[in-house]
Design a protein around this ligand. Sequence first.
Ligand code: GDP
Length: 446
Amino acid sequence: KPIVAIVGRPNVGKSTLFNRIIERRLAIEDDVPGVTRDRLYADTDWAGRAFTLVDTGGLAEGDDPLTVQVRRQVEAAVREADVLVMVVDGQAGVTPADEEVARLLRQAQKPTILAVNKVDDPHWDGVQYDFFRLGLGEPIPVAAGPGRNVGDLLDAVVRALPGPSPADEPGGEEAGRGAWGEPGEIAVAIVGRPNVGKSSLVNRLLGEERVVVSDIPGTTRDAVDVLWRRGERVFRFIDTAGLRRKSRVKDDVEFYSTLRTQRALARADVACLVLDARDPATDQDKRIAGMALEEGKACVLAVNKWDLVARGPDTADQYREALYREYDFLQFAPIVFLSALTGQRIDRLVEWIGRVADNHRRQVPEPVLRKVLDDALLVHEPPSRKGRRLRILRVRQVADRPPTILFLVNDPELVHFSFQRFLENVLRQAFDFTGTPLRLVFRAPA
Ligand code: GDP
């Protein structure tokens, strides 16, 4: 997917604009920890074109002098983005910081759209013309808060996007996979915050036998995948070059790691979330875990640096329990305690990756689902309200990766959270869905 980055000096309304553009997508995600908070990017679409929107506003926090802060933010965005949206404050007029940002953008020679924000009543009409002098083409007046003219802005953004790549078409992820991968190949994203040992793990995993595959369509030019054959299995480790490259600038690191993580996850079947055994549940770890879940990926928790943990007979069990408490939204994911340094349990990790990938693709025939459901409902009555009882008219799997089960019910309102959880448990007990999220969808018949 092409990347569209929103840049600009602080307080011009970048985040408001970002939220305005993506808001209709966010409503259902509130219960995933760390996903909506501090969100920096989101997949969205306009006029049939899908793209990833990045809010660089969150990057520029800190006590750096203004210009340094802004410059880093813009430079990082320019490197990764296909289209830039520069936001200025129409009520404030052109400031020196705006001029600095515009200068960087002109140098970058990437398509740039200039949005003049806070033009929300007739009093301000025409103010956008002052911004012509930034040299970024015709300024588009908008009001991000009330949402005025945001559609016109998005029209301009979409016109500036690079030509569609196969991966942007509907169902393109599947089609793309066939185009550059063997069927049955397992795409794995090794993700985690800096210094947990991702690069060490990749090196340890791959050793010398590897095939480097470069130039993946529709991704950054320098994304490098590695194909790795193990017995019958072919694993594709996604964007391993991005893992090895280290950046000196902190804002850069965060920009890259967030964006690269998201792009790697988008192409993956399995997220291998690497944690540091000494500190395995920081906010950043959880945010990355939330991203994997949100993308519907199979997941393995790789607790690295296990060699540094002092162990007694019950250490692993206690540790596992504590970890599932922290990651209560990932209780379906297996945990492997390993060491990239000593090689301990690396084989176990590979086995798990294969197994959760199988579970992620699992397809259960309708009659089998029906039988399991009927048996479960014998011991657990479906919920009812005001004398009306929930009836499940039909149940079938409508998708895999992740498995998605559609329940046709007489009244979706009767399905509350605890009943959903009950159904998920029933499914997990009946079938091996270890390591994969499940999506349960409830609808009234059309
Ligand atoms: P990345 O940023 O996630 O790719 O992390 P690196 O692979 O660069 O590792 C960060 C640091 O942790 C390096 O100094 C590694 O040598 C060290 N390290 C990685 N894995 C292990 C491990 O299993 N045990 C120990 N003791 N150190 C490790």
